[in-house]
Design a protein around this ligand. Structure first.
Ligand SMILES: [Zn+2]
Length: 112
């Protein structure tokens, strides 16, 4: 997949994904970009049954994973039965349709 680039604050070391204009902890403005690496493990998830326009599904799991190097990211959890701590692989795929066009987002699945 396209690499998942996170940002580390040059002043306090806070890791952010996605990027913010200022550090969420110390308000500094300089960041070092780096890639999420290693296994992504599920740290929390929610069962969303009220989905916005452009998504035909009635239900989706939304999960937050943490990579081995500390990057946390949220995505569509495409598994039948989520379990905290499970290993997942990130993919960039269409997640909804807006104005007749596919919108890509992070999809989390088991296996490859
Ligand atoms: Zn900072």
């Amino acid at each position: 997949m396209k690499e998942l680039v996170a940002y580390r604050c040059k002043k306090c070391g806070l890791i952010m994904y996605p990027k913010h204009g200022r550090c969420l902890r110390c308000k500094a403005r300089e960041f070092e970009p780096f890639e999420a690496e290693g296994d992504a493990r599920l740290i929390t998830y929610t069962d969303n049954q009220t989905l916005p326009w452009g998504i035909d599904d009635r239900q989706r799991f939304l999960g937050i994973v943490e990579f081995a190097n500390g990057v946390k990211a949220m995505g569509w959890l495409k598994v039948a039965t989520p379990k905290l701590g499970m290993k997942l692989k990130p993919h960039w795929e269409p997640v909804r349709v807006m104005g007749g066009e596919d919108v890509y987002g992070l999809v989390l699945r088991q296996g490859k």
